[in-house]
Every structure is written in structure tokens, then in C-alpha cells.
Design a protein. Sequence first.
Length: 185
Amino acid sequence: MTDVHSLQQAITDVAQALGTFDVLLNNVGSDDRHALEDVTPAYWDQRIGINQRAAFFAIQAVVPGMRGQGRGSIINLGSTGWQTKNASYPCYATAKSSMNGMMRGMAKSLGEHRIRINVLSPGWVMTERQLTQWLDAESEKEWMKSQCLPDKIMPADIASMALFLASDASQACTAQEFVVDAGWT
């Protein structure tokens, strides 16, 4: 994902084989924990490359085809991690918060071609990685105090919102952040 040329070539190859993209779902992220004082320029570039830069250049690659067909939906995965003031990943928080600015900075020019662009920001989704690396009894207790709904957010909850944003049912939705966090933020 950090090799822009290869990323864009893969998108071009898929478009040539299957046709123009109707939907782009930028779901790339790595929330590795790190401390502010440990961040080097190389680490910064790597985190931004994964968590933000790849999305920008994937959009750049699909937009010409979407413009040509006069429609499309771009969905960028953001995060509520930066909104909850989590101190354990400042590079991730910076990159994911920038998804909102990137979306707003593109919405008007893309909208002229009926290309919608939105941000889907999940709360704490119980993926296998989260369950094995970050969830423990204490963090779950704190998390449940902050969340309004008593259920864990599962990958299917995020997929349902992504499917809505990809579908024609969301044809009037653009330049918005859709938060699926069970009322956490």
C-alpha cells in the first residue's frame, strides 16, 4: 500500500480487467501503539504512508473512471481514535483525523461529477487483532463506561454502513463523516 506506483498500477489493472470502479473503499490502517518521543521521521512517513497517503493515491487512480461514467462512491475509513483523545498512537490519530479534511477538500470537485466521498469512522471494533492485542478486562470496563450501547461493535456493523454508503440509497450523502461507535464519541 505504501508503494504508490504499484498501488495505482493494481487499480488500473483491475479496472482494465473488470471495468470502471463504481465504489472505492479505502480500508487501510495500522494502529500500532507508539509514544511521541519514539517517533522518528522514518516511522512518521511509514505511518502516514499506510494510514493516509495510500487512500489519497487510490482515490487519484479511480476518479478518472468515475468521472467518465458520471458517478461513484468513495468511502474512506477514518477512526474515532483521535476523537477520544487516545494517547497511545499520535501518528495514527493524525493520519486518521486527516481523512475528514481530505474528504472535505475533494467533495465539491468530485460532486460535480456525482462522485460521493465520505468518511466512515468506526469505534472500537472487535477484530481478532483488537481482541488478542488490546482488549483486557480493565480496558473493556472503561470502554463500556463511555459507550452508550452495551454491545461490542463487530466488523459486520462497519460493513453494513459501508454497504449503505456504496449503494444508491446514499445518493444524496457526501462530504460527511458517518460514525459507527455505539455512542462512544
